[in-house]
Design a protein around this ligand. Structure first.
Ligand code: ARG
Length: 460
């Protein structure tokens, strides 16, 4: 059996099951473009260093160009006998250009080759997701600008707490996705280093120029230790951690969209194209997209744990365990990419029902804190003011009315320092407008912050 690149040493072929068990070509073929890019950079360096001839280089370049075309046209014949993307492409190269193709692997191993491919692939995914995160932030900020004055109840414990503006609420997510972008940007620095040159584990005796290869592939630096270069996947784990946080933020937003769209709450509506109906209940319009996004968070969290577990018991240097890094990593990247793409489309189309938000904010004594603060500003110690307002709320509950429904005289019965200016304080508008410090919910602040997010996301 001469099919495998390493088969000369073996006296019997592997079984069909073992072949399938150990092959990765079904999933690692998606790195083909990057595998070829890495091979070309390696070959150019070998020629520049005099390890292969310029004729060999030209033959490799021509062959690779054809292979790339075959792959892109869907005409490339992937073979499980050839195990993985690397050996499939190399075998085809030899078919096309003969000996020059056989010289490509000089000074290289699949161990440093695969680590390079994953990094090139992941760098591209990071750049795409970074763009999507900024688009999503821009969508949130635009909607926030339109709803800087729209008042809704803010919740703690899912109980009405204090009035906030809907714009302020949206900008909370713009902050979360901003930090997610920072995390990806930071992770990218450690992804963007070149393993090639590490060869199998110990480096190589050929006169290679790693810095040249790094430059031509756009890497910031080379990995400084050959054993580490081929064996660690911490950069992929970091990416999965960042992806898990992105999905966690998406999931929290999704949970709110689902709640807000419930007819019992009715704060928003989503465009029909993000919802589905029921096969039995004709009245239904279900928020499937946010629900599914919330659900898909679980699989990305799972990939993070799987990769951490994959790494923890491995002695240096490369072990075949590492082949298991790809499917989870690919799926994590696909999931955030698809989810963010859909949210970029969905968020600007959220239809807001300001009346429903306002009606909800008027229930549940959302301005009780404002009444307490009013008394404090008149000299009452905060704890006493808190107690006084609690008694007033209790009274309102028995009567079935709101604090704002009580007359000045009735409020004065709870505390003599209540004056004629009290009702301005008890309005929703007065409450949000008063919180105008940096990070506060006041409409003027929300407009300012939304414009900052818009400018920031346009710059990236
Ligand atoms: N398909 C392998 C992987 O994904 C490539 C490296 C194989 N190296 C080896 N020595 N078997 O990790």
């Amino acid at each position: 059996n001469k099919a495998q690149a390493w088969s000369a040493r073996f006296s019997e072929p592997v079984s069909e099951l073992v072949k399938r068990y150990t092959a990765s070509v079904s999933f690692d073929q998606r790195m083909a473009r990057f595998d070829i890019q890495g091979s070309l950079a390696h070959a150019e360096m070998l020629a520049a260093s005099g390890v292969i001839s310029n004729d060999d280089l030209a033959a490799i370049q021509g062959g690779m160009q054809q292979i790339l075309q075959e792959i892109e046209a869907g005409q490339f014949e992937w073979s499980i006998d050839l195990e993985d993307v690397h050996l499939n492409i190399e075998k085809r190269l030899v078919e096309l250009v003969g000996d020059a193709g056989k010289r490509l692997h000089t000074g290289r191993s699949r161990n440093d080759q695969v680590a390079t491919d994953i990094r090139l692939w992941l760098r591209n995914e990071i750049d795409i997701s970074l763009g999507l995160l900024q688009q999503l932030r821009a969508g949130l900020a635009q909607l926030a600008l339109e709803h800087a004055d729209t008042i809704m109840p803010g919740f703690t414990h899912l109980q009405v707490a204090q009035p906030v503006t809907f714009g302020h609420h949206l900008l909370a997510y713009a902050e979360m996705f901003g930090r997610d972008a920072e995390r990806l940007t930071d992770c990218r620095k450690r992804v963007n280093r070149l393993p090639l040159g590490a060869a199998a584990l110990a480096g190589t005796s050929y006169p290679i120029d790693r810095e040249r290869v790094a430059r031509s592939l756009g890497f910031d630096d080379v990995c400084r230790n050959s054993l580490d270069a081929v064996s660690d996947r911490d950069f992929a784990i970091e990416f999965c951690a960042a992806a898990a946080l992105i999905m966690t933020h998406i999931s929290r937003l999704s949970e709110e969209l689902v709640l807000w769209m419930s007819p019992r709450i009715g704060f928003i509506d989503l465009a029909d194209r993000f919802c589905t109906g029921s096969s039995i209940m004709p009245q239904k319009k279900n928020p499937d997209v946010p629900e599914l996004a919330r659900g898909k968070t679980g699989r990305v969290n799972g990939h993070l744990i799987a990769l951490l577990t994959l790494m923890k018991g491995q002695p240096l240097a490369y072990n075949k365990d590492n082949q298991e890094d790809k499917e989870g990593l690919f799926d994590a990247a696909d999931t955030i990419r698809d989810t963010l793409t859909i949210f970029v489309d969905m968020v600007p189309g959220i239809r807001v029902r300001p009346e429903a938000m306002r009606a909800a904010a008027l229930q549940g004594f959302a301005t009780a804190t404002d009444l307490a603060d009013y008394l404090v500003k008149k000299g009452v110690p905060f704890r006493d003011a808190h107690e006084t307002v609690a008694l007033a709320v209790r009274e309102c509950e028995t009567r079935g009315c709101d604090l704002a429904d009580l007359s000045v005289a009735e409020l004065q019965a709870f505390h003599p320092l209540v004056g004629d200016d009290i009702h301005a304080v008890l309005t929703l508008e007065g409450s949000v407008a008063a919180r105008k410090h940096i990070g506060g919910t006041a409409p003027e602040r929300v407009r300012e912050e939304a414009r900052r997010v818009l400018a920031e996301s346009a710059n990236r």
